[in-house]
Design a protein around this ligand. Structure first.
Ligand SMILES: Nc1ncnc2c1ncn2[C@@H]1O[C@H](COP(=O)(O)OP(=O)(O)OP(=O)(O)O)[C@@H](O)[C@H]1O
Ligand SMILES: [Mg+2]
Length: 480
């Protein structure tokens, strides 16, 4: 019983209730039927007894024993309910006693369902000429009643079984299955699956419950979706804020790095410029001596070289001071493109020469001037050249090529090196602040992110050209 479903239990209970109630009803009916049948039996035996006694009037009056015996046999054979007949005279003297199948009279009278009826044999309606005893059997009728009782019990059982089966089928259809669906739905909701829905076609309260369940699931799913959406938005806000914070940090670090470099180069240029001025002065005195013939003329070329080198040193120092300046607050202005690139060349030449990197410069455009902040833009290009120099220093072929291009609206600076491109995973992250593949102390991971910021401030774009076989970055600046 424990493992039965609700509908099966109800069906079993229904079956039992119908069985018990029909059994009680049948039994009560049977009791009534039996008492009725006994009454009827008595009435019938009365009639038969008076009938039989009439047949004995004449034979007993005539003391015709043959006729008495014939009548007796006749009654015993024709009447199935008559078991025995005993005839005595008016004072009780035996005349005839016969039983069915010649059994003993007293033995027969002790059998169940027998009834002994006694009567008088009257001649001419007045004279008592004898007594009659007839033993009747009610067994056949009782047996029939019992059979009827058993049949009706059997029919009741079949009816109860049918009701049980039909009710089980209906309950399974309208109660068990919808409830099962609801249980499964609730269980999957426990496991955080809110996509499940149950059929709402069950009748009555279960249908309403299913509809309410679906409504609740809809609401939970909707709330989940909104929550998820909210989370995604929050994550995006945090990501953007973190990026901004990183950018700000990067700019601050870059500014302070430039500030200390600026300070250092200002001090250094002061220290170098003084002895440099002395050397230049002395070289010019020595050239004067050559022109006056005090020193042989073959030395003049050396003094000229000394002066040229000193000029170069002072130019480099001036450029370095310039470059090391934080020009982010400089105003936008036009500047000469040729001087811009020659200054960059001066500043990078030493590093490139040291690493035996060939530098190529192509400018086939007619662009003479650029509008923007010269110092930050030169910092961008020097950053790119430094990156290239770091990337290709151990390659067998080492070159860096800077090409200037233009279209109607833009000027392009293409910086290509002999490297074979940047792997996808690095490409995706290299423009974000503090991303570096260099060893600690060598790179801060700020070069590209700062450069991108500077170019975007000029309403331009700094992109990596994934189409190029060699590593190539492109700066696109609007012509103003
Ligand atoms: N020309 C290039 N060839 C190959 N990889 C490059 C090139 N330029 C940049 N990268 C990759 O991009 C990364 C980020 O460059 P970025 O200039 O922002 O930082 P960094 O050079 O590592 O450090 P920093 O410039 O602050 O000294 C580099 O570490 C390198 O892995
Ligand atoms: Mg760099």
């Amino acid at each position: 019983m424990k493992n039965l479903s609700l509908s099966q239990r109800i069906s079993v209970y229904l079956f039992l209730v119908i069985c018990i109630s029909t059994f009680i009803l049948n039994s009560a009916f049977f009791v009534v039927l039996r008492s009725q049948s006994e009454d009827e039996f008595k009435v019938q035996t009365d009639e038969i007894l008076s009938n039989i006694s009439r047949y004995y009037q004449i034979p007993i009056w005539n003391l015709d024993f043959n006729a008495i015996s014939e009548v007796t046999d006749n009654w015993l054979q024709t009447r199935s309910g008559v078991l025995a007949i005993n005839i005595t005279d008016e004072v009780g003297g035996a005349i005839i006693q016969k039983t069915k199948g010649n059994q003993e009279f007293t033995g027969l009278s002790k059998q169940p369902h027998t009834l002994l009826r006694k009567g008088k044999i009257i001649h001419d309606e007045r004279q008592h000429i004898g007594n009659i005893e007839v033993l009747f059997s009610n067994a056949e009728r009782v047996e029939q009643n019992n059979l009827t009782y058993m049949k009706s019990i059997l029919v009741s059982l079949l009816f109860a079984l049918l009701v049980g089966l039909v009710s089980n089928h209906l309950l399974t259809l309208f109660v068990h299955r919808p409830l099962r669906n609801l249980i499964e739905g609730t269980q999957s909701a426990h496991n955080s699956n809110y996509t499940i829905r149950v059929p709402e076609n069950a009748p009555g309260e279960i249908g309403i419950l299913a509809a309410e369940f679906n409504k609740t699931m809809n609401q939970i799913e909707d709330r989940d979706r909104k929550l998820h959406q909210h989370n995604v938005e929050l994550e995006e806000i945090i990501r953007v804020r973190n990026l901004e914070l990183d950018k700000q940090r990067a700019t601050m670090i870059n500014s302070s790095r430039l500030a200390s470099l600026g300070e250092f180069s200002a001090g250094m240029s002061h220290e170098i410029n003084n002895p440099l001025a002395v050397i230049i002065g002395k070289a010019s005195i020595l050239r004067n001596f050559v022109s006056k013939g005090k020193i042989p003329t073959e030395f003049e070329i050396h003094f000229i070289k000394i002066t040229e080198m000193c000029d170069r040193i002072s130019k480099i120092i001036k450029n370095l001071r310039n470059f090391a300046r934080d020009g982010s607050n400089d105003p936008f202005d036009y500047f000469d493109i040729n001087r811009f690139f020659s200054d960059i060349g001066e500043l990078t030449r030493l590093k490139l020469d040291k690493k035996a990197i060939v530098f190529k410069f192509n400018n086939s455009t007619n662009v003479k001037q650029i509008y923007g902040k010269e110092i930050p833009l030169s910092q961008v290009i020097i950053n790119l050249i430094n990156n290239s120099a770091d990337a290709i220093e151990s390659l067998p072929e080492k070159w860096v090529e800077l090409t200037v291009d233009e279209d109607e609206k833009y000027v392009f600076f293409r910086l290509k090196d002999s490297g074979n491109g940047i792997p996808d995973d690095i490409q995706k992250k290299m423009m974000t602040p503090f991303f570096t593949t260099k060893v600690i102390g060598k790179g801060t991971g700020l070069g590209l992110s700062i450069s991108k910021g500077i170019i975007e401030e000029h309403k331009g774009e700094l992109t990596y050209n994934g189409e190029s076989y060699n590593t190539e970055f492109i700066i696109k600046l609007p012509k103003v």
